[in-house]
Design a protein around this ligand. Structure first.
Ligand code: ADP
Length: 414
């Protein structure tokens, strides 16, 4: 039996809103409820002038109300995430009850859900997910011993992955690359999706042919980005069936035998799913982090969770999750919530990784992709705003990761 948003909202009508008068729902304090099987996420407006005692009380009453509603409906909850947000929607405080995604079974208390660390069960997570982004129960493989910085002149290597195909992974990788280049960075884009390379189309490479100079592939320079794709090295009409060692070789060749030169960023578009190419990449390259692309639907989220966990197991920091095709913007400018906006954000919360933003589904983006003209995505409007925000958040997370590793901010892009 699944728990519903309605059941939670009903339960929260019984929780008084500290300082605001009335209950959490009637006072407008309840901002967001999301439930996915046994995982619940609630956002409450941080009451102005609330004391830590008030917040602690609201937290414990909210948790008790949700747990008791779940028990009444015969639902066993795995986790409740309670976030207090500012008027602007920024998360200012987080409380987490229950096991984070990936925790070993049996970590929860038998009497309801156990809280996260901190006084009054308040796990404080600053804005943007500054806390350690790993779930407590997750293990990370150490960086493989053989990992070498194959390309020491590349300052940041970012992999873009997805649990399944068709969610817009290549589109996000491409626009991340183009947007970073437009901010003045020197950027490479590698089509590591050796099973279904789409960058020749998305970049509009047309009839351009690869050139080899001194035994090295010269990247294509289009839209301000240096790019290389297997799609230009094999017959485009033949299916790309690679066995493990061949896939390894193809990826290695693209990474190592392309004359990337000095780069601020190398963005790698990975094949969908979890597989040998990602393993090859982790063994070969020192990654700065990975971005996971997901659409809002439940089925896409489950696959994306697997992709994120794969990165973590490979010792690669997950910079965050992007929700692509979050909602549809029609020609009339109206927004249509087709797939149930917010699913990926919820998934990011479950995984305890940052949410990097939502990219809408628009005819313009589809057309610019088919036309091989990503530059047009930066001409203004909703898509430009979505990509700019995404890029800023990725830059922020990279800086943060570097600081956590004790390297200090490394980006000098203004
Ligand atoms: P993947 O790499 O995950 O297989 P692609 O990036 O190739 O997916 O995208 C699949 C198709 O969906 C492409 O035609 C692309 O232009 C289109 N697409 C992706 N994201 C959007 C979006 N937000 N709005 C409109 N079309 C999109």
């Amino acid at each position: 039996m699944s728990f519903s948003k309605e059941s939670i909202t009903r339960a929260l009508r019984g929780v008084p809103a500290a300082g605001a008068g009335g209950d959490l729902v009637s006072a407008g304090v309840l901002k967001w409820v999301s439930v996915c099987e046994s995982y619940v996420s609630v956002k409450l407006l941080m009451p102005a002038g609330a004391t830590p005692g008030d917040i602690g009380q609201v937290t414990s009453m909210t948790r008790a109300a949700i747990e008791s509603a779940a028990t009444d409906e015969g639902v066993k909850l795995d986790s409740i995430i309670l976030e207090f947000v500012s008027d602007a929607g920024d998360v200012v405080r987080t409380a987490r009850f229950g096991a984070p995604a990936g925790a070993a079974p049996g970590q929860q208390g038998s009497q309801g859900l156990q809280g996260s660390s901190g006084p009054q069960d308040m796990g404080h997570r600053p804005i943007g997910g500054l806390a350690d982004t790993r779930g407590a129960g997750q293990t990370r493989a150490p960086t493989p011993q053989g990992a070498v910085e194959a390309t020491p002149s590349i300052r940041n290597i970012i992999a873009v992955g997805a649990g399944k195909g068709g969610v817009g992974k290549s589109t996000i990788a491409l626009n991340l690359a183009v947007g970073l280049a437009r901010r003045g960075a020197s950027v490479g884009l590698m089509d590591g999706d050796i099973y279904g390379p789409s960058l020749p189309t998305l970049l509009g490479l047309g009839a351009m042919e690869p050139i080899v100079v001194d035994g090295k592939l010269q990247p294509f320079l289009v839209h301000g980005v240096k790019s290389m794709t297997i799609g230009k090295l094999v017959d485009p009409d033949k299916p790309l069936i690679w066995r493990g060692p061949m896939a390894h070789g193809a990826f290695k060749q693209l990474a190592e035998q392309t004359n990337w030169g000095e780069l601020d960023y190398l963005i790698i578009d990975l094949p969908p799913g979890t597989g040998d190419v990602a393993l090859t990449m982790a063994q070969m390259l020192k990654l700065s982090g990975a971005v996971v692309v997901c659409t809002p639907q439940k089925v896409a989220q489950d696959d994306a969770v697997r992709a994120a966990k794969m990165f973590q197991q490979l010792g690669i920091e997950v910079l965050g999750v992007v929700e692509n095709m979050s909602f549809f913007i029609g020609d009339d400018g109206k927004e249509y919530d087709i797939f149930g906006k917010g699913g990926a954000e919820f998934m990011a919360q479950r995984l305890n990784v940052p949410f990097l933003g939502a990219v809408p589904l628009t005819m313009g983006l589809r057309k610019n992709s088919d036309d091989g003209n990503p530059t047009a995505n930066f001409a203004g409007g909703a898509i430009t705003r979505a990509f700019e925000e995404l890029i800023s958040r990725v830059e922020g997370q990279l800086n943060l990761t570097a600081m956590k590793k004790g390297r200090g901010p490394t980006l000098t892009i203004s």
